[in-house]
Write a protein that binds this ligand. Structure first.
Ligand SMILES: [Ca+2]
Ligand SMILES: [Ca+2]
Length: 218
């Protein structure tokens, strides 16, 4: 199961990490745009939306068992940035994790990126048509299933210039390891984004919860 898989990974590395961003949406108001200042620790993390903020709401997710962030594709480009405090970060080891549900396997894909302070990607992957496509790498070994929870765990090693991506999907999980980072630079934010509906108007709805960005202690 994704959650137990994540827990196992976090048991290996979590106790030596400091959280720089945490958002679980549980204490926010249903139907509203998530707070730009995620409640609780750490104190200085931020959530920033570019595009129509009304398309990003706190909603009750049956699959994710609690309030989560629902991102719905709009006519204009839409981006949700999770900004760890103390950044941009020029060195160190980071862990990014979240759980999510895509409402429609064949919808327009959401893209997840780790971005530098100049918005250059360090890594990027898109969920589209049931597959996970990793920029500069190709297809991830396993895909995702519409309306089923998946878990994502990213390890970003700025010092080695590599990352690991682990995805858990139902009973299935796999990872790609020591993949070279794209030449982005420092690490400033995690972005979930949908493109504008200029070429087509396929629907896209992505639910995200339990987002944590942490840094390994020296
Ligand atoms: Ca939640
Ligand atoms: Ca906070």
């Amino acid at each position: 199961m994704p959650r137990s898989l994540l827990l196992a990974c976090l048991l290996l590395c979590g106790c030596n990490h400091t959280a720089l961003f945490q958002d679980n949406f549980n204490t926010e108001v249903l139907g509203t745009t998530p707070s730009s200042m995620p409640p609780g620790d750490p104190p200085d993390d931020e959530l920033a939306i570019t595009g129509d903020a009304g398309m990003v709401t706190v909603a009750d997710s049956g699959q994710l068992d609690s309030y989560a962030m629902r991102i719905e594709r709009d006519e204009q480009a839409l981006a949700v940035d999770c900004i760890p405090q103390g950044g941009p970060h020029g060195s160190g080891n980071f862990v990014v994790r979240f759980v999510a549900v895509s409402e429609n396997e064949n919808a327009a894909g959401i893209t997840v990126r780790a971005l530098s302070s100049s918005d250059a990607p360090l890594l990027a992957f898109s969920l589209i048509g049931g597959a996970i496509k990793v920029q500069g790498f190709g297809a991830f070994p396993i895909g995702y299933v519409a309306n089923q929870e998946h878990a994502v765990l990213l390890g970003i090693d700025l010092d080695a210039g590599t990352y690991t991506l682990l995805v858990g999907n139902g009973e299935d999980s796999d990872s790609i390891d020591s993949v070279p980072l794209l030449p982005g630079g420092d690490f400033a934010k995690l972005r979930f984004s949908y493109p504008a509906t200029i070429v087509e108007a396929l629907p896209g709805v992505y639910w995200v919860d339990d987002i944590v960005i942490s840094r390994a202690n020296d």
